[in-house]
Design a protein around this ligand. Structure first.
Ligand SMILES: [Fe+2]
Ligand SMILES: [Fe+2]
Length: 278
């Protein structure tokens, strides 16, 4: 994908909105719907407009139809295509019912072992976006089973020359935040690293789950997590760090294709006062 003097094609990544039913608050005090609405307003005002928006999991908190209905109304103002994938707080079956018009959520054919997983490939402005489901039903940690790794291997082999972004909920690396690493990706990580080494077209692995921005080299490419649009996990690298969160500024990522590479920006949401000019 080349740039021809115009603005770079942009992919927006929103993550971990943890939407609750109308009138409720998460953890007794986080107004996750209002925080997602703030993110949606910010994305809708971006110039240029993004080519697509991808949500990397934990879309709602309890996986109920009421929560997904609420999410649907909150996402409605977003421009262009919006692509969804589950995290450990989601229920893929309920998500598929409420978002029945989202083609990317349709089960992939072939291997019956893949039917319960959300796996998709979308293309926008020459950039290929591949969603790899890391969810273990009714568990907080993630894994990559042989069936999912096989699907990814076939998918990447289909277009070895197209710049690709791989989206996953659980990041494929240890972060140093112990209570989150305890519910990290437990199986399939070395296999994924070896697969990505063979596919240098993968420009970035974009993840959620950690509720804060973290980057690491992985499998010959760069893997990163992004802030939640709601609450953030406290940065504490002590081995016995308690499972703590707080309302640090929420945010999202803008991945722009620029001069033959993917440039990833993290945007902090909130009222930061007027813009100044140098
Ligand atoms: Fe989350
Ligand atoms: Fe998660």
């Amino acid at each position: 994908m080349q740039r021809h003097g115009g603005p770079p094609p942009m992919l927006v990544q929103l993550s971990d909105p943890h939407i609750v039913a109308p009138g409720r608050r998460l953890l007794d005090r986080v107004d996750t719907p209002s925080l997602l609405a703030q993110a949606v307003t910010s994305v809708a005002a971006l110039q240029p407009q993004p080519a697509a928006v991808v949500l990397t999991g934990d879309l709602v908190d309890r996986g109920t139809a009421e929560e997904y209905d609420h999410l649907r109304s909150l996402l409605a103002p977003l421009p262009g295509p919006v692509w969804l994938m589950p995290g450990n707080h989601d229920d893929a079956a309920v998500m598929r019912e409420v978002f029945a018009d989202h083609d990317e959520l349709q089960p992939v054919g072939g291997d019956p072992a893949l039917a319960g997983h959300v796996l998709w490939v979308r293309q926008t402005a020459g950039l290929r976006v591949v969603a790899l489901d890391t969810v273990v039903p009714r568990a907080s940690h993630g894994q990559l089973c042989p069936a999912r790794l096989g699907w990814l291997a076939r998918t990447l082999a289909d277009e070895p020359d197209t710049p690709t972004v791989l989206a996953m909920h659980h990041p494929p690396f240890t972060t140093g935040i112990g209570h989150m690493d305890a519910i990290g990706l437990r199986a399939g990580v070395p296999e994924l690293a070896a697969l990505l080494q063979r596919h240098p077209q993968v420009e970035r692995v974009i993840c959620g789950h950690l509720h804060r921005p973290i980057t690491r080299r992985f499998g010959g490419t760069l893997a990163m997590t992004v802030p939640s649009t709601a609450h953030q996990i406290v940065l504490d690298l002590a081995p016995d760090a308690p499972p703590a969160w707080r309302l640090e500024p929420p945010g999202y990522a803008v991945h722009a294709w620029l001069d033959g590479a993917l440039v990833s920006h993290v945007v902090a949401l909130g009222d930061h006062g007027p813009v100044g000019l140098y």
